[in-house]
Design a protein around this ligand. Structure first.
Ligand SMILES: Nc1ncnc2c1ncn2[C@@H]1O[C@H](COP(=O)(O)OP(=O)(O)OP(=O)(O)O)[C@@H](O)[C@H]1O
Ligand SMILES: [Mg+2]
Length: 261
């Protein structure tokens, strides 16, 4: 058998032909062989300023333009500030918000209304927290969800057991609701793990890492997919460019003559 035929046979059973949620970021959909498998919970992880919020917003805007309502749950940054920053991007149309195809909600405000806004949560608070998120998803009729950031929620849970319990239940409920979710995760630039607590990366169906690499005096932004259950995918590292039109992805080697990201 030729090496090529062997490769094709090896790939066939795991080709992952289930429905896909196209991110709308062309290069990323190619890397993922068509997009994120519908219902997956994906950890979008990276240090500050690596483009997490921008990528997540383009994912939501692209879905909303194609008729899939989206929900952005703001945790770390106020939703109005995020909206103001997004108005500088061509891919973001404020009409999508006016027409309720995109909802921007502050999680703290929701929790405050439910008298669930606490500094520290215990096991007995987990159902209430998850209920608040899933109710917001239902209210928005969302098929795409972004929690920015999930780290901001997990910081209020004191033990690894509690974090695991919360993460597993949250992911299960979001999948049951038919949503494809990006869970934004904040890590330090020198962090060796993909998440702050080491639990998130094990529970999530997928991990997309954004980072920085210095090249010829420029700090380039990078992206690579570490895992994505339900689809074969490239594990190469790519350079991303945050342009006014959205995120552009190029292989790291091809960018070696390029300028700033
Ligand atoms: N209109 C724009 N066009 C192109 N690039 C922009 C524009 N607005 C902001 N940027 C770039 O985007 C960067 C911020 O990206 P983003 O907010 O998505 O990162 P982040 O990973 O979410 O950061 P944080 O960890 O602080 O939440 C800015 O530092 C700036 O370089
Ligand atoms: Mg951000």
């Amino acid at each position: 058998m030729s090496p090529r035929a062997k490769d094709e046979r090896a790939e066939a059973p795991q080709a992952g032909r289930g429905p896909r949620c196209r991110t709308g970021i062309e290069g990323l959909d190619k890397v993922l062989n068509g997009g994120i498998p519908v219902g997956n919970n994906v950890l979008l992880t990276g240090a500050c300023g690596t483009g997490k919020t921008t990528l997540a917003a383009e994912f939501l805007a692209s879905g909303a333009s194609a008729g899939e309502p989206g929900l952005y749950l703001a945790v770390t940054e106020q939703s109005q500030k995020v909206l103001d920053n997004l108005s500088g991007y061509e891919f973001f149309d404020g009409k999508l918000v006016d027409e309720k195809k995109l909802s921007f909600v502050d999680l703290h405000a929701v929790l405050e209304k439910l008298q669930l806004d606490k500094v520290e949560y215990s096991h007995s608070d987990v159902p209430g927290l998850i209920g608040a998120v899933t109710d917001a998803v239902k209210q928005a009729g969302a098929k795409r969800v972004v929690i920015d950031s999930v780290t901001g929620v997990l910081l209020h849970l004191r033990t690894r057991e509690l974090i695991r319990d919360f993460m597993s239940k949250l992911c299960r409920r979001l999948t049951e609701a038919g949503a494809t979710t990006l869970l934004v995760s904040e890590i330090a630039p020198d962090e060796k793990r993909y998440s702050s607590f080491g639990v998130e990366e094990a529970v999530a169906d997928g991990i997309v890492v954004l980072g920085n690499v210095e090249q010829r005096g420029y700090l380039l932004r990078t992206l690579h997919v570490v895992k994505m259950r339900g689809t074969p995918h490239s594990r190469s590292r790519y350079v991303i460019d945050l342009t006014p039109y959205g995120i552009i992805i190029v292989p790291l080697l091809r960018s070696s003559t390029g300028g700033p990201a």
